[in-house]
Design a protein around this ligand. Structure first.
Ligand SMILES: Cc1ncc(COP(=O)(O)O)c(C=O)c1O
Length: 391
């Protein structure tokens, strides 16, 4: 892993040059959707160019790009490319995981009451099959803690899956995946994680944490086009259980489509099984480019950059006037930084920031500020100034 050294001015300038930067607008909304770097746009433009032509057959590069994407993603989450599958969005990954675990009527899945709807609704859907959903209330400023999980699992011995976001969308709380996985496994349950609000912001060693299945869309902090996600699965599970889905693209064609009717090829198990049909060509190509870029920049350095930005923000805010909603402790902090005016109206603050050129989000009664490595320190200084001007 690269050292946690900050980007040099030249490196940061090169990063910024990947985007269409406006002097008067500041994008601090990576937790919503990430802007597209030039390298992603270039491959998408080239694929669209090929698709528009009457003089060229579609090239087989997408198979190769999918392999590159899986490898790049594996590098970011600490697994191997055989443990990665590409699919359309986080929710499909969560549905794939629930199908893999195969809960029976009377068994239960556990989520918190502050989960993003992707996980909430994928869990609630299980009720159609007689599966119970245990919803644990958590502190709106925090998240799920191992001691609390231990207690709830003791009271609900039918829980077979504990599912959580790595980082909460509304307050930026980063869960201690290792401790939660340990408690979950001690109670003979699977541990499923929605990683979308953290993947691309900081290193993650998914196998080392004890997570069983990890899903994430790539449209936020990974700066890729919408309509693409990945799922990672622990290798022991891949060996024990077949993928609940399978299709013609779950086999290895090696870009050779001349003999489609011959003897069936062996179906890939694990998350590759989730790749049931024709891929999102443009998305997969972009993920290969951008995933490799992240790998070369280093997640440690990306994290170092963002931590500095949120430290500067935390240091510059007048805490008598603004409440910092996000947990800033090293083990729980993230690149999501939420504030609300004390005794005031978060929507008014959101409008003030928007009028002043800052793109943020209003989430659950707070303003969510989510900078990433393309964000400059000067932008945070300006934001602090604009916060001082809020009345
Ligand atoms: C925690 C979390 N999970 C999932 C999603 C998106 O889910 P999907 O990729 O299925 O649309 C979001 C935001 O859009 C999110 O914040």
């Amino acid at each position: 892993m690269t050292e946690r050294t900050p980007f040099t001015a030249a490196e940061h300038e090169a990063i910024r040059s990947e985007f269409l930067v406006a002097d008067t607008r500041h994008y601090l909304n990576y937790a919503a959707v990430g802007p597209m770097p030039a390298r992603a746009r270039a491959v998408i433009d080239s694929i669209n160019d090929t698709l528009q032509r009457l003089d060229r057959s579609f090239d087989p590069e997408t198979d190769l790009a999918a392999a590159r994407s899986r490898t790049a993603v594996a590098r970011l989450v600490g697994g191997t490319s055989e443990e990665i599958g590409l699919l359309a969005n986080t929710s499909m990954g969560l549905n794939w995981a629930f199908a893999l675990f195969g809960l029976k009527p009377g068994e239960a899945a556990l989520i918190s009451d502050h989960e993003f709807p992707a996980l909430r609704y994928a869990s609630l859907h299980l009720q159609h099959f007689g599966v119970e959903v245990v919803t644990v209330p958590v502190d709106p400023h925090g998240g799920l803690h191992p001691e609390q999980l231990e207690q709830v699992l003791g009271a609900h011995p039918n829980v077979r899956v504990v599912a959580t976001s790595w980082i909460y969308f509304h307050n930026g709380f980063r869960h201690d995946l290792t401790s939660l996985a340990q408690v979950t496994h001690e109670h003979d349950a699977w541990f499923l994680v929605d990683g979308i609000q953290g993947i691309g912001t900081r290193p993650l060693d998914a196998p080392g944490t004890g997570v069983d299945v990890l899903c994430s869309g790539v449209q936020k902090w990974l700066l890729c086009p919408v309509g693409l996600a990945f799922v990672w699965c622990r290798p022991e599970i891949i060996r024990e259980r077949p993928s609940p889905w399978g299709g013609w693209m779950s086999v290895e064609w090696n870009a050779d489509y001349g003999d489609l009717l011959g003897e069936p090829r062996s179906m890939e198990c694990g998350p590759r099984g989730a790749e049931v049909g024709t891929q999102n060509f443009a998305g997969v190509r972009a993920l290969a480019e951008v995933g490799e870029w992240f790998g070369s920049l280093g997640l440690d350095r990306i994290c170092e950059h963002s931590d500095r930005l949120t430290d500067e923000l935390a240091g510059g805010i007048d805490t008598a006037r603004f409440e910092i909603v996000s947990d800033r402790r090293p083990e729980h902090r993230s690149s999501i930084f939420c504030i609300r005016p004390r005794g005031g109206d978060a929507a008014a603050l959101y409008r003030h920031l928007s009028r002043s050129g800052f793109v943020t989000s209003l989430r659950e009664g707070a303003v969510r500020i989510s900078p990433h490595f393309p964000t400059g320190r000067a932008e945070i200084e300006q934001l602090v100034q604009v916060l001082h001007e809020f009345s």
